[in-house]
Design a protein around this ligand. Structure first.
Ligand code: BDR
Ligand code: CA
Length: 311
């Protein structure tokens, strides 16, 4: 099994990623760490704890960052994730986060299992950046960092060129991308092509979390469809796809590029700048996902969560 730490700002697609990771037979989730982003960090932590309880698994949740490294937090996005982060579906709070904070947890666990732990940040990269700043050897001790974030050769989703997880803390993203750790970027290039359709959602078998998932994801699908971002009532599986790539890198075709993050630009802050020049001498630091076997991932995702992929 692949050991992962999943870092979330739960969030509807984060919720799907959490449930998928906890149920996947190929993954050992060592812990879930939380961050501000789609919602504030306390709401993200509460939502994550509620999902862990519904999954029936005993996996600890570690509270993380409240704000970006150098900027104020831009605030929640209720029009995409609902006021409570879960599409306004009723959430029953359950349990408490661990005493240890997310950054110390990440550092401790990576050091306990050198070269074994895959970090899967599907939120702002603030917690991972802090762990790397705190312990500069850490980038060489992780097995890989599989980031849901960025837009290499496609439009952004917050600005014309910036994706939310990078835009929301560009300095943190830059630190992680340039840390020397092996980084895989699961960006909008592939996540916007990995759509769960409402018929698949409706086919979900009875599970303790079915009512929550169906209500939350319906809200999320309607927001994407109303905004004209998807061709039918459906939603991109941004965060679950990063978990999928952590368990099976073959789901995506990657190309290695020199990638940097713009932190200053008047028009381009948060852009993932990919050096695709054939004769570039820049050191290649990121495996960029450029294509995805979406049907293969949908098949696996639906099987794990009790949905019918052919619905
Ligand atoms: C990313 O931003 C968040 O809203 C989602 O949860 C996902 O991690 C997509 O750009
Ligand atoms: Ca997220």
């Amino acid at each position: 099994k692949t050991k992962i730490i999943l870092d979330v700002d739960t969030g509807v697609d984060d919720a799907l990623a959490v449930l998928y990771a906890l149920a996947s037979p190929r993954l050992e989730v060592l812990g879930l760490t939380t961050c501000f982003g789609n919602v504030d960090v306390d709401t993200a932590t509460r939502n994550t704890l509620a999902l862990v309880a519904l999954s029936g698994r005993d996996v600890p949740v570690y509270r993380g960052s409240e704000a970006p490294l150098l900027r104020p937090w831009s605030g929640p996005v209720p029009w995409i994730h609902g006021e409570n982060g879960l599409g306004n579906a009723p959430v029953t709070a359950s349990g408490r986060p661990a005493e240890e904070d997310a950054v110390h947890f990440i550092r401790r666990v990576v050091r306990e299992h050198p070269h074994e732990v895959v970090l899967v940040p599907v939120a702002r990269l603030t917690n991972v950046a802090k762990a790397f700043l705190f312990d500069p050897e850490l980038p060489r001790l992780v097995r890989r960092v599989v980031v849901m974030g960025g837009a290499a050769f496609c439009p952004g989703n917050v600005t014309p060129v910036a994706e939310a997880n990078i835009w929301g803390d560009p300095e943190a993203a830059r630190i992680v991308f340039k840390s020397g750790a092996p980084v895989t970027m699961v960006g909008l290039d592939v996540t916007m092509r990995t759509l769960l359709v409402h018929e698949q959602l409706a086919s979900m078998a009875a599970r303790p979390y079915r009512a929550l998932v169906q209500e939350a994801v319906r809200f999320y699908m309607h927001s994407y469809y109303a905004a004209g971002r998807v061709p039918s009532l459906s939603c991109p599986l941004h965060d679950p796809l990063a978990v999928g790539v952590a368990e099976d890198p073959a789901l995506c075709t990657v190309r290695r590029y020199a990638v940097d993050v713009e932190t200053q630009g008047e028009l381009t802050a948060g852009m993932t700048v990919v050096d695709a020049r054939a004769d570039s001498a820049a050191e290649k630091n990121v495996d960029v996902c450029v294509d995805v076997d979406a049907p293969a991932f949908l098949q696996r995702f639906c099987a794990v969560l009790g949905m019918d992929a052919s619905a």
